[in-house]
Design a protein around this ligand. Structure first.
Ligand code: FES
Length: 128
């Protein structure tokens, strides 16, 4: 895909976010904020049999943070928690498909940080 096609895809996810909203019931939720701008992103996740069966996000932020949350939530649905834990910031940047400067990296990975920290807290509760 060309740079402009990736940019278009980002704007499409920003304007028509997938999985934006709230779940009626969830296994965990977690909020993270971007320290550079104060924007907050919350994710709610339902886990069934070790996999993510449903996920929604809410909050506000720039086009990069909202588009990456939309793309990430689509990507992780029905994936195993073990697979999700292996996702890295490079995976997110690759998903976005455009060069991301150092300041915007925090925007790009906000949803991944929220998801992984939420999973870690859930596992800590389970493991006592
Ligand atoms: Fe706030 Fe990107 S500027 S999340």
């Amino acid at each position: 895909m060309s740079d402009s096609a990736y940019r278009e895809q980002i704007m499409d996810h920003y304007r028509n976010p997938r999985n934006k909203g709230h779940l009626d019931n969830f296994s965990f939720k977690h909020t993270e904020s971007n320290p550079l701008c104060g924007d907050e992103l919350e994710i709610e996740v339902k886990v069934d049999g070790g996999a993510i069966s449903d996920i929604k996000f809410s909050g506000k932020g720039c086009s990069i943070s909202q588009a990456s949350a939309s793309m990430l939530t689509e990507f992780v649905k029905n994936k195993k928690i073990t697979e999700v834990n292996e996702l890295t910031r490079e995976d997110i940047i690759e998903m976005l498909g455009i060069p991301i400067g150092p300041v915007r990296v925090k925007c790009a990975v906000l949803s991944l940080v929220a998801l992984k920290n939420g999973i870690r807290e859930l596992e800590e509760v389970k493991n006592g």
